[in-house]
Design a protein around this ligand. Structure first.
Ligand code: 45D
Length: 319
């Protein structure tokens, strides 16, 4: 029995509801460049969700340090110009360097710039800037989101900046350190409604950052589809992705449903909370995993979805 990625993507499709995140990002995209920068500043400072400083390791910043030092030495006007170029994805040397940073280095770069803005070394918004109607509309839309969705909007906005940024190609080099875990994740996991050992092993492996163990649970052409992204196919690609994006996650699954299909395969949906090391225990994201297992119990496909609302945690209807 073979599956196509397309057929696998549609498992539990009746539980899929439109997410407000792409809609909010589309509103953001329509803003002028100064409005985008101002929006991010207001959203970042007003939401009051604090980034865990431990996440911004000194070693991680070393990749962004050169750029940050250049920016520090610039005039205020030039600093704005650089930020505009990044937000506009302009083809300039600085914007190109940014474009090849890994996701975590991009986030660390803006975190540090944000700190410099708070200290007054870099000015936060252009002098004389008046908040436009567009900015207040997008800000209002962001305020309606739950905290996990808010940080996802911020993250996606940052990751899309710079020239030639391509999340799918972004890789973390071996030189970049692992995220420090502030508190150990639970080693043993119990999920109401789930006894399948593949599923439990997958979740436990992620909690230990044991990506080799996680990969071993997939078929060689198995696929992993992250939130709002295309499926990533095969051991090597999934492992590279996990090394870059799944370090230090706290996985706290709550409940699930497992359904045997006529051909001996199984579809499993699990919902629960995931914490990112960037925000630690301060922000929980409501997440669903939709697994397709072959008759041998290997993962053919898993989609990770950001839930549209906390009520979706209980939405485990099959089909
Ligand atoms: O422009 O099972 C200023 C997978 C103003 C793996 C600013 C997973 C100017 C498999 C404020 C300075 C990974 C898929 C900007 C599971 C300006 C698996 C700065 C899921 C930009 C479960 C802004 C993992 C700043 C998940 C500093 C769902 C913004 C992980 C910083 C999700 C934003 C992680 C940050 C998320 C956002 C992390 C740090 C959503 C971090 C978000």
């Amino acid at each position: 029995m073979t599956f196509t990625i397309e057929s696998a993507q549609s498992i539990f499709s009746s539980t899929q509801v439109p997410s407000p995140i792409p809609a909010t990002l589309a509103l953001f995209e329509q803003l002028s460049v100064d409005d985008k920068l101002a929006l991010l500043w207001y959203a970042y400072t007003e939401m009051g969700r604090s980034i865990t400083p431990a996440a911004v390791g000194v070693a991680r910043l070393q990749f962004a340090e050169g750029l940050l030092n250049q920016i520090k030495q610039m005039s205020t006007d030039d600093q704005f110009q650089v930020m505009r170029e990044l937000a506009n994805r302009a083809d300039t040397p600085i914007s190109r360097s940014y474009g090849v940073f890994s996701v975590n280095t991009k986030l660390a770069f803006w975190y540090e710039l944000g700190e410099l803005m708070k200290q007054g070394i870099v000015a936060p918004v252009p002098a004389g800037y008046q908040m436009s109607r567009g900015v207040s509309i997008v800000l209002e839309a962001i305020k309606q989101l739950d905290p996990g969705q808010q940080i996802t909007v911020l993250r996606n906005a940052v990751v899309d900046m710079g020239f030639g940024s391509d999340v799918a190609k972004s890789v973390q080099t071996d030189a970049e350190p692992l995220f420090p875990r502030t508190s150990p994740a639970p080693a043993k996991i119990a999920v109401e409604g789930i006894t399948d050992s593949t599923i439990l092993s997958y979740l436990e492996a992620l909690n230990k950052d044991d990506f080799d163990a996680a990969i071993a649970l997939f078929t060689p052409d198995g696929a992993l589809q992250p939130p709002f992204q295309k499926p990533i196919v095969g051991y090597e690609a999934i492992k590279r992705y996990m090394r870059a994006e799944a370090q230090g996650l706290n996985i706290m699954p709550q409940q699930g449903i497992s359904e045997s299909l006529p051909n001996g395969s199984k579809q499993v949906k699990v919902t629960g909370i995931v914490q990112t090391p960037w925000f630690g225990v301060n922000v929980g994201m409501n997440i669903a995993w939709r697994f397709l297992l072959n008759p041998e119990g290997k993962i053919v496909f898993v989609a990770i979805d950001m839930l549209a609302s906390p009520q979706e945690l209980l939405n485990l209807r099959p089909v």
